[in-house]
Structure formats: C-alpha cells, structure tokens
Design a protein around this ligand. Structure first.
Ligand SMILES: Cc1cc2nc3c(=O)[nH]c(=O)nc-3n(C[C@H](O)[C@H](O)[C@H](O)COP(=O)(O)O)c2cc1C
Length: 222
C-alpha cells in the first residue's frame, strides 16, 4: 500500500522519498447468487499481488420491470454500488457478470447505458480492461457473454486484455477459463466449487491487468 494514501498521486512533501502513484483497479461485477462475486475476489487477489496496486470492488443494483426502485440505496452486504467517479478514478477495470441467455445481466447493461458522460469525456479511453463471467452450464455461453461485455468497453476506448496460452491452465482446464477472460462453471444449482484452473486463471488475469495498468501509468514496480 502507498505510504501516501489509498489512491492517486499525492504531492505531500511529507511523503518525500516514498511518494509514488498508487494504481487502483476497479473490479466491477454483478452477482445474484455469489458465483461471479467469488471470481471478482480472485481477480482482486491477482490485482493486489502486484506491489503498488489495489483493487476497488464495486457492484451494481438489480433492475426491475416495475417502475418502483427494486433495491435499497446502499447494499445490505458486500461491495458498495459503483459510482461514475469510480470509472474516472481507476487505472484499469475488470468487469464481471453472470451469463444471462448468453449475454451480460440486465443490471450490468443498465449501468453501462448510464455512462454517456464518461464516454463523452473519454474518461476510460486508453485504460486497460478485462472481463469475467459465471454460468450454470459448461457450454451455456461463457464466451458470448465475455465478448458482450467487451462491447461497451471498446466503445469507451478501453484496451482489452485476455488470458494468454502461456498460462498452462488455459489448455488443461475442464471447467471454466478462456482466452477471452476468466470464467467459472457453477453448475445448474451453483454448487460447483471454483476449480484450481479457474482460480489460477482468474488470479493471472487480475495480475495481468494490474501490471498493464501500472506500465501504462509509467510506474511499474515488478
Ligand atoms: C435469467 C437467467 C438466464 C441464465 N442464462 C444462462 C445461460 O444462458 N447459460 C448458462 O450457462 N447459465 C445461465 N444462467 C445461469 C447463471 O449464469 C449461473 O447460475 C451463474 O453462475 C449465476 O452467477 P451468480 O451466482 O454470480 O449470480 C441463467 C440464469 C438466469 C437467472
């Protein structure tokens, strides 16, 4: 952790020699039953394995087809709701959603539909991003969901990262884990534990994102 504060550049003279840029990675996810949330924790673990990087975990509220608001203003438990300022503050973004009919969940899509001001101001442009998902069935659309989550990030001008095949688990996995992003096969009742390969690939992706963000900031410590 930076000795000069949680995020960003701190010009306080008292920090002196130890003054450096802290690289904050936003790990933004939606999770109804907890599987995608577990992947988010692993991505954050990978981010924070890089000295000088910290992960900011955030979520989005559920949406409803009725007019009334469906969620409390503050989540009862877990990560706080994301604010547009989190997009401005971050040096990189990991975006996760459960697969819903081969696509990202409506709650996450709804959030991105409200980011016009961020887009107009280019506040994500040039920052690295990656994606992750969880499914009920093994061939139920992990890759299409990962690709669908890349679309808003591309419109925002982000630089997308996948997982390279130099990660041995990518070739060996018989559960989740793809070159397009991290994934977990949770099973029809969500009871499947995260496998060693899924875990390794999620951590590797978070680490790769953090290292890339740090290099783009010009402050690599690794
Ligand atoms: C409306 C709906 C649509 C879904 N569509 C798919 C799907 O297309 N493919 C699939 O494998 N699983 C699908 N699922 C299952 C979820 O993707 C799966 O349970 C996931 O692990 C949930 O993640 P969470 O625990 O983070 O909420 C769907 C679930 C719901 C509720």
């Amino acid at each position: 952790m930076s000795k000069c504060g949680a995020t960003g550049h701190n010009g306080d003279l008292a920090c002196g020699f130890f003054d450096f840029v802290m690289t904050t990675i936003l790990v933004l996810y939606y999770s109804r039953h907890g599987a995608t949330a577990k992947l988010a924790q692993l991505i954050a673990h990978g981010v924070e394995s890089v000295p000088g990087c910290d992960a900011r975990l955030r979520t989005v509220p559920a949406v409803s087809t009725t007019i009334e608001a469906s969620e409390a203003a503050i989540p009862v438990s877990g990560a706080p709701y994301v604010e547009l300022q989190d997009l401005v503050d971050c040096a990189g973004l990991a975006l996760g959603s459960p697969t819903r009919f081969g696509n990202m969940a409506a709650a996450m899509k709804y959030f991105w539909d409200g980011t016009s001001s961020t887009w107009l101001n280019g506040q994500l442009a040039g920052k690295p991003g990656c994606v992750f998902t969880s499914t009920g069935s093994l061939h139920g659309g992990q890759e299409s969901t990962l690709l669908s989550m890349m679309l808003p990030l591309l419109h925002h001008g982000m630089l997308l990262l996948g997982i390279p095949y130099s990660e041995a688990a990518l070739m060996n996995t018989n559960s989740g884990g793809t070159p397009y992003g991290a994934s977990h096969w949770a099973g029809v009742d969500g009871s499947k534990p995260i496998t060693a390969d899924e875990k390794q690939l999620a951590i590797a992706l978070g680490r790769r994102l953090a290292l890339t963000a740090q290099r783009l900031q010009g402050g690599a410590h690794d």
